[in-house]
Unconditional design. Structure first.
Lengths: 118, 117
């Protein structure tokens, strides 16, 4: 089964600074998708950004960008110009297009708690 | 609706009572997922529905938990004889289906907070 590892249980950054959250995964597949979700205190999981494994170009969504290193199986999230509203739990997720949606079909990391210091 | 809708938002129930949690996925989405998240924990997969296929129930923690999906749309998660350890946020999600990244992107509802007292 695939595994997703987020090695930073908690990160803290000053408002307006840049922070990078790490995510590594283990897979033998070559075709897969990677996602970052944000979970604020309201508990809703919100999609932040997504990446297709066969695309070398790193995905970008406004202040959010990823550094996707396929060979290293690394998928880090960079948040630029951090804002107070970015404070949340961030989950990295992996799935392949060929599996179902069950326990093996979609794998989440344990999350990183991001604190924004005003 | 535009997003995944869950009800109730919050539910407090007495130990031993049955509860039903409802999920209305994004229109047109063929796949539907239920997850559980205890306080301070990650996501625990419960059950997965895909179209008319038999659901993947491999994550259901006990036979007190069951779920159905009627007409390929709305789903209900039922917990019988609730226990205090069932207290958690129950998250429903849906995806379009297919082999593209759009089809495989999962969108979550706001969750149902369940407290068993």
């Amino acid at each position: 089964a695939q595994t997703v590892t987020q090695s930073q249980p908690e990160m803290s950054v000053q408002e307006a600074e840049t922070v990078t959250l790490s995510c590594t995964y283990d897979t033998s597949e070559s075709d897969y998708y990677l996602f970052w979700y944000k979970q604020p205190p309201s508990r809703q999981m919100i999609l932040v950004i997504r990446q297709e494994a066969y695309k070398q170009q790193n995905a970008t969504e406004n202040r959010f960008s990823v550094n996707f290193q396929k060979a290293a199986k690394s998928f880090s999230l960079k948040i630029s110009d951090s804002q107070l509203g970015d404070a949340a739990m961030y989950f990295c997720a992996y799935r392949t297009p060929y599996s179902g949606g069950g326990a093996d079909g979609l794998t989440f990391g344990k999350g990183t708690h991001l604190i924004i210091q005003p | 609706g535009a997003g995944v809708s869950q009800s109730p938002s919050n539910k407090v129930t007495e130990k031993g009572k049955d509860v039903e949690l409802r999920c209305d996925p994004i229109s047109g989405h063929t796949a539907l997922y239920w997850y559980r998240q205890s306080l301070g924990q990650g996501l625990e997969f419960l059950i997965y529905f895909q179209g008319n296929s038999a659901p993947d129930k491999s994550g259901l923690p006990s036979d007190r938990f069951s779920a159905e999906r009627t007409g390929g749309s709305v789903s209900t998660l039922t917990i019988q004889r609730t226990q205090q350890e069932d207290s958690a946020v129950y998250l429903c999600a849906s995806s379009l289906g297919g082999k593209t990244i759009s089809g495989n992107t999962i969108y979550f509802g706001e969750g149902s907070w369940l407290t068993v007292v």
